[in-house]
Write a protein that binds this ligand. Structure first.
Ligand code: ISE
Length: 340
């Protein structure tokens, strides 16, 4: 039985606590940690954790904790992942690993120095069935060569009043940066970013056009103030056809001469199954020491951060920015992870 600690008991921490406690019988929720003890205790008691704490480093060091899920604020992700690496504990870290590619590199360096992978990154869309099928259509050749991938990422409203267009690129779009790299099995080489004008002072959508090193074009619209619902769409276009994601809804209501489906208010429902699959794979990683074939690693965190940095520069300057990624270290290629 893998004993898991969750650091950060906000929206995502609570969601992970629920998945560990209710959906994954092979794991025990050992500790819930949050800077607010009241919050830590509330989530711990709601999901039957043994303990609550406010001290993340002490939690990571505990001998009754085998693995850690980091769901605290973004700026803590990289430092806490490094504490886990030093302690020799596998960590599932929420995205982004860091908004700074330099800090991602530091995590990669700490990890490489130990000789094995410890960090799995929570880019859960890799486990979503629609993207699994898009990737398969390229792998099995049925779609021919990939030409384009179009992506729409819409939230009802921004999570905070000080959310900016740059944050749409550094906080929301990394999901697209990661999933497109994963589906197309390539890297981005350039990005342009623009925004239409809204009639009010809310953050307007950001529209990016990216090129890959294999000559594909990728469009990404991030609209953090879409108002109507949480809505993610994608279409992969190949030389022999296209694969588009269906809207995920279990029912459709017909009433008063109209037909309608519902949208979730945020991503937790839409991606519930993907989170469960991802967390199950994380537990397998903890047990076997073998890094899951489709999971995101620190390297993928670095790649997403490099694209995000270039995207933010593109938005600020209005100019196309090139993305100069380092070569992927052999450590992160091929059969990933070595049994502990
Ligand atoms: C948000 O930033 C996230 O982190 C969620 O995972 C994502 O699904 C959501 O749309 C983003 O805006």
């Amino acid at each position: 039985m893998t004993r898991v600690a969750i650091i950060g008991a906000g929206l995502m921490g609570e969601d992970h606590a629920s998945i560990i406690a209710r959906d994954l019988p092979g794991a025990t929720l050992q500790v819930v940690c949050d800077m607010d003890m009241g919050r830590a205790k509330a989530v711990a008691s709601a999901f039957g954790a043994k303990d609550a704490s406010t001290d993340p480093e002490a939690v990571i060091a505990r001998s009754d904790v085998d693995a850690v899920i980091v769901a605290s604020p973004d700026f803590t992700h990289a430092p806490l992942s490094r504490v886990c690496i030093t302690a020799g504990k596998p960590v599932l870290c929420e995205k982004p690993l860091s908004q700074s590619s330099a800090e991602c590199l530091e995590v990669m360096q700490s990890e490489q120095a130990t000789g094995r992978q410890f960090v799995m990154l929570g880019f859960m869309r890799r486990y979503d069935q629609s993207y699994v099928e898009m990737r398969a259509a390229l792998t099995d050749g049925s779609l021919g060569r990939a030409l384009m991938m179009h992506n729409f990422h819409r939230n009802v409203e921004t999570p905070a009043a000080d959310f900016t267009g740059a944050m749409a690129i550094t906080n929301s779009a990394p999901h697209e940066f990661d999933i497109v790299r994963h589906v197309l099995k390539t890297e981005f080489t350039s990005v342009t970013a623009q925004q239409p004008r809204r009639s009010d002072d809310r953050v307007a959508p950001v529209v990016m056009v990216l090129e890959t090193r294999d000559g594909q074009l990728v469009t990404i619209e991030v609209n953090n103030n879409a108002a109507y619902g949480y809505d993610v769409r994608a279409e992969l276009v190949g030389e022999a056809g296209s694969v588009a994601m269906n809207t995920v809804a279990y029912t459709r209501t017909e009433r008063k001469l109209a037909s309608s489906t519902r949208y979730d208010a945020d991503w937790r429902g839409r991606y519930h199954e993907a989170y469960v699959r991802q967390n199950r794979d994380f537990l397998r990683f903890v047990e076997t020491g073998t890094f899951p074939a489709i999971a995101s690693s620190s390297w993928d965190g670095y790649a997403a951060a490099m694209v995000a940095e270039a995207g933010a520069r593109a938005l600020a300057s209005g100019q196309r920015q090139t993305i100069n990624m380092m070569e992927q270290p052999a450590f992160y290629a091929g059969v990933r992870g070595v049994a502990a």
